[in-house]
Ligand binder design. Structure first.
Ligand code: AMP
Length: 188
């Protein structure tokens, strides 16, 4: 059983690393950002609601996000383990996840925090926005998303630190180098 969380500012490469780690442990990588984006492109009511916040670089309200995560974690493929990417992002999401897991008599095994240089992250995101033609990714929105991360999400590492679950991993360097550091941190 492997239940993992990966955290890191936008542009830290956590999505790429999440897929690699999930493949290694044969568990689903569950990205709330990906689920929102899929709903936005399908034009579902959830997508329409989420897009209002995503386009401004704001967090989608917990009332929307939490129920979506509960549904996803109740699916059979998540029963024996999962890697959550981009959730929890707020204190109330931590509480909600604790509740879901305690109902399942389960718990988190490790919380990986990818640590990167903020200015490097901004230029990486701006490059990606230009390459992939994401009109929502203006510099202002990108900076706001990063600020929000440090204001609301980064403090959650202290919560998991107190539970002895949090490990910091240097997120700079090649995808392979970072993946190797994460593997080491999970085994430690
Ligand atoms: P990400 O791909 O993880 O950077 O997520 C993209 C966007 O989706 C974020 O900027 C938020 O607007 C929204 N989002 C993703 N996960 C969450 C979450 N756990 N809580 C609130 N909003 C989220």
């Amino acid at each position: 059983m492997t239940r993992l969380l990966i955290m890191g500012p936008p542009g830290s490469g956590k999505g790429t690393q999440a897929s690699l780690v999930a493949a290694k442990f044969d568990i689903p990588a569950i990205s709330t950002g990906d689920i929102f984006r899929a709903n936005v492109s399908e034009g579902t009511p959830l997508g329409v609601e989420a897009h209002k916040y995503m386009s401004a670089g704001e967090y989608v309200p917990d009332s929307v996000t939490n129920d979506m995560v509960r549904d996803r974690l109740s699916q059979p493929d998540a029963k024996s383990g999962f890697l959550l990417d981009g959730y929890p992002r707020t204190v109330s999401q931590v509480d909600f996840l604790d509740k879901i897991l305690s109902e399942q008599h389960a718990s988190i095994d490790r919380v990986i925090e990818l640590v990167v240089d903020v200015e490097e992250v901004v230029s990486r995101l701006l490059r990606r926005a230009a390459e992939e033609g994401r009109p929502d990714d203006t510099e202002e929105v990108i900076r706001h998303r990063i600020e929000l991360y440090f204001e609301q999400t980064e403090p959650l590492t202290a919560v998991y630190d107190a539970r002895d679950l949090h490990v910091r991993v240097d997120g700079t360097g090649s995808v392979e180098d970072v993946a190797a550091r994460i593997a080491e941190a999970i085994d430690a």
